[in-house]
Design a protein around this ligand. Structure first.
Ligand code: 0A1
Ligand code: ZN
Length: 897
């Protein structure tokens, strides 16, 4: 991050090792909000494996130099400049002490050292450490840290940093100190400190090897009643990593700290994870089932980084997916195991898989289709903070998952074991990980590298033929990228190794045993075909009848499958496929097809109708008691407006909205009695529990309520939702009831919605995360011509509880409108885009990272209808002209290029 952007491009190919190494760092902080003094004593030596450099070039930003000593003596040959500090005339090995000052309470970027609610926090990934002190702020420089914190004892009773507390005590003038030592060498991006008025819940646990460990979750005093779930999630994470990967907690003490102002979800600083409050705080009254699940997954994610990220870290930021893709994969597997235990076939596992794939397809596929398309291991960047992306994280996780699909769980584990054996304590590359997987499993994975170097979403088109006389069934698979975006096309070199899972279904709905040509006997009913060429044919023999293929089971690779299923085929798969992922997929394909046809008709102002078969297929799912409620809820949720618009040759959000609302209303009306019955049957009486079963029941019940709220006459929904709002003992139900009332308001029932909104605000005024929901729900509300949502959003900008400096609050109102309300955001008059431009520029002056995220809302502008496209370009140009930060400039310049 920087203001006044020079858009220097950083390239992977230009990597060179650091000219100097730093073996140890002693940091002393005199903490004060307006001016914090940092004394940094480093043991530095020349790197024998690097080209010699004339001077030591340290990176630094927004710092004031106060003094420099070399081997104990004042050193005059230091020169501060825009990017840092040049230290001239340095010997082979030396001790350098630098003293500098920074201003935490002026730091609205939330990168480096900053103040939130009067407490001190740090955020150093990716390049925040240089805002704390001058340093070789790059991940391949790993040092041992000793940290001394000094501060006023009354204002900052708690002083935390990485590792173990080795000393503490009182100082004159009401001050005190604490000294921390991290026993592990680490890159600077994993440094952290926290100081302030915080309290903790604690647990002592004994690990598999019999060692005692102290676990703490630190929060502001008023939030202590919302820490239990995070602590439980941490304990489960520790146990899981021991069991599944043999990886143990390597510290005596592990701390999680919650902070209300945070740019991202959370941060894996060694032994001192710092979390956005959103991913820590939960109790039944304030947090939804989704919040509970997200907390479990993010606590797991950060904890798992302790090995995949911290013990083995990245050589440079192009390797980010080395830690992020792998750690997302690990957190996905953790959540799946927590929900499903050892049962590999359970629908709870499939539900988790569906949720993850839905995110990938909606957000990562879109990223891959636009100007920000980049490979999992990017080739270049202007601002690294812009590359914490869906591609690096979610597609990166799919790439890791493919190793497991290729080698099985045991083979994957062998690869992991070899990776740690080779690289513990090192800063390495994605190639190193791939080589460990290849060597541990005795397989050449040279071709697999293309998953790391090619951008764009691969397409696999499938042709099948059945020869009844020969009882042979051939499946021809062809891979390519379709008409990929220019950014993606640039990176493409050749065909990928695609593990493609397939099953064949007989007329009775059962899987056929599979025998490939050349095999002695049939085995199994799902086979993973390894596609390696541009086009390949696989032949199944002994096939007794024309089967229906179930393609890409469990989404075995991150591709788009093209196959000419008829509507009847899809309805059949939805009813029978033994692979629950593909059952869901069939329903989504059916719905997508119907909705896109309707959107085209809506755009042409033709009347809309919905076939009986479609409604019948939905009714069958809704009333099928053999399917888990969680699965039914997913299957009955229509593809999102954003996803649908992305599938159009020219995206037309208004037409998509009309089509989707039409279908929702038809389903509400035709299945009214079934929805009411499902609502009644899926109550969850008794104490709230965020288990997969209970949350699945709530999800289906609340989906039923949401459909009922679409009825022309909203009376039923208002009655049911008001009762639920008043009676609920948990946030999932209360928020769903409020959501239904807001939908009913669009059909004219304004008063109950207003009443509930007021009640909700008063009830939760002191709970910031709940007030975020209050803003978000209003921003996502369907507008009417008389009440466009933007007018409401603008009014809420002036609400006393709104605060642009708090990222969660900015996201709850502004991002919700720009990303979660496409029909209103893409209003034909361009008013949404004008609002967007204003807010991006306002945020740019406060927090470039958050501004750059918002800036991405228009990046797919070229894919929209001509009228919208022109208005979007105007808005983008306005931002390009006014933006100061490198972060925002990179986004809008790439969009306009
Ligand atoms: N490594 C963290 C993500 C993260 C990245 C950058 C940050 O700076 C603003 C903060 C967090 C993770 O994957 O959880
Ligand atoms: Zn991560």
């Amino acid at each position: 991050m920087s203001d006044n952007a020079s858009s220097t491009v950083i390239r992977r190919a230009d990597y060179t090792p650091p000219a100097f190494l730093i073996d140890s760092v002693a940091l002393e902080f005199d903490l004060a909000p307006a001016r914090t003094i940092v004394r940094n004593t480093m043991r530095v030596r020349r790197n024998p494996d690097a080209a010699p450099a004339p001077h030591l070039e340290l990176l630094g930003e927004a710092l004031e130099v106060l003094g420099a000593r070399l081997d104990g003596a004042p050193h005059g040959a230091v020169r501060a400049h825009e990017h840092g500090l040049t230290v001239e005339n340095v010997p082979e090995a030396f001790e350098l002490t630098l003293e500098s000052a920074c201003a935490p309470d002026q730091n609205t970027t939330l990168s480096g050292l900053y103040v939130s609610s009067g407490n001190f926090f740090t955020q150093c990934e990716a390049e925040g450490f240089r805002r704390i002190t001058y340093f070789l702020d790059r991940p391949d420089v790993m040092a041992s840290y000793t940290v001394t914190l000094r501060a006023d004892k009354a204002a900052y009773p708690v002083l935390l940093s990485n590792g173990n507390l080795v000393d503490s005590g009182d100082l004159p003038d009401g001050r005190h100190f604490a000294q921390w030592e991290d026993p592990f060498r680490k890159p600077s991006y994993l440094f952290a400190l926290v100081a302030g008025k915080l309290v903790a819940i604690e647990e002592q646990i004994t690990t598999g090897s019999g060692k005692e460990k102290l676990l703490q979750v630190w929060v502001e005093p008023a939030d202590l009643d919302k820490t239990r779930h995070a602590m439980d999630s941490l304990i489960h994470s520790i146990r899981w990593d021991e069991q599944r990967f043999g990886l143990k907690l390597d510290l005596d003490r592990f701390m999680i700290v919650a902070v209300g102002d945070f740019n991202m979800g959370a941060m894996e600083n060694k032994g001192l994870n710092i979390f956005n409050t959103k991913y820590v705080l939960a109790n039944p009254e304030t947090a939804t089932d989704t919040d509970f699940a997200n907390i479990e997954s993010v606590v797991g994610h950060e904890y798992f980084h302790n090995w995949t990220g911290n013990r083995v870290t990245c050589r440079d930021w192009f390797q980010l997916s080395l830690k992020e893709g792998l750690t997302v994969f690990r957190d996905q597997e953790f959540s799946a195991d927590m929900a499903a235990g050892d049962d590999v076939a359970s629908t709870a596992r499939a539900v988790k898989r569906i949720e993850d794939v839905r995110v990938l397809r909606q957000l990562q596929f879109a990223e891959d289709a636009g100007p920000m398309a980049h490979p999992v291991r990017p080739e270049s960047y202007v601002e690294i903070n812009n590359f914490y992306t869906m591609t690096v994280y979610e597609k990166g996780s799919e790439v890791v998952r493919m190793y497991q699909t290729l080698f099985g769980r045991d083979g994957f584990r062998k690869g992991m074991d070899l990776y740690f054996k080779r690289h513990d304590g090192q800063a390495v590359t994605c190639d190193d990980f791939r080589h460990a997987m290849a060597d541990a499993n005795g397989r050449d994975l040279a071709q697999f590298e293309r998953w790391y170097s090619q951008a764009g979403t691969p397409r696999v088109s499938v042709r099948t033929a059945y020869d009844a006389a020969a009882r042979r069934y051939t499946v021809t698979l062809a891979q390519g990228y379709g008409d990929a975006s220019p950014a993606a096309r640039e990176t493409q070199q050749g065909p990928l190794l695609i593990p493609f899972a397939i099953g064949l279904i007989g007329r009775d709905g059962r899987d056929l045993p599979l025998r490939l040509d050349g095999e002695a006997a049939a085995s199994g009913t799902t086979r993973v075909l390894d596609i390696t060429d541009t086009e390949q044919t696989f032949t199944f023999v002994d096939v007794p009848e024309q089967p229906l293929p179930s393609l890409l089971r469990n989404f075995s690779s991150p591709v788009i499958v093209e196959y000419d299923y008829s509507d009847d085929d899809l309805a059949f798969l939805l009813a029978h496929d033994s692979d629950p992922f593909n059952r869901w997929e069939a329903g989504q394909r059916l719905a997508t097809r119907a909705l896109l046809t309707l959107a085209a008709r809506a755009a042409a102002n033709e009347p809309l109708t919905l076939g009986e078969n479609f409604i019948a297929a939905f009714r069958r799912v809704l009333t099928d008691a053999n399917l888990s409620p969680a699965f039914r809820e997913l299957a009955l949720t229509l593809p999102s407006e954003t996803y649908l618009a992305d599938q159009m040759a020219e995206a037309d959000p208004a037409a998509v909205h009309r089509a989707r609302q039409f279908v929702r209303r038809q389903l509400a009306t035709a299945l009214r009695a079934d929805w009411l019955a499902a609502y009644e049957q899926h109550q969850t009486p008794g104490a709230y529990e965020p288990t997969p079963e209970a949350s699945g029941r709530r999800a289906l019940k609340n989906l039923a309520l949401a459909y009922l709220a679409e009825l022309d006459d909203p009376a039923d929904a208002v009655r049911v939702a008001s009762a639920q709002y008043d009676a609920s003992n948990n946030m999932t139900d209360r928020a769903a009831a409020l959501g239904a009332l807001l939908s009913a308001a669009a059909a004219g029932a304004n008063e109950p919605a207003e009443h509930a909104l007021d009640d909700f605000y008063r009830r939760f005024e002191k709970e910031a995360l709940v007030i975020d929901k209050w803003f978000a729900m209003q921003a996502a509300q369907r507008g009417t011509p008389a009440q466009p949502t933007l007018a409401k959003v603008r009014k809420l900008l002036a609400h006393p509880a709104f605060n642009l400096k708090n990222p969660n609050r900015a996201r709850s109102l502004i991002f919700s409108f720009c990303a979660a309300n496409p029909a209103q955001f893409h209003a034909a008059d361009g008013s949404g885009y004008a609002f967007w431009a204003e807010q991006v520029l306002a945020l740019d002056a406060i927090n470039p990272q958050v501004a750059a995220r918002l800036a991405r809302s228009l990046e797919l502008w070229r894919r929209f209808t001509p009228a919208l496209r022109d208005r979007m370009r105007d808005a983008l140009e306005q931002v390009a002209a006014g933006a100061k930060s490198r972060d925002v400039r990179e986004i809008v310049e790439k969009a306009l290029a």
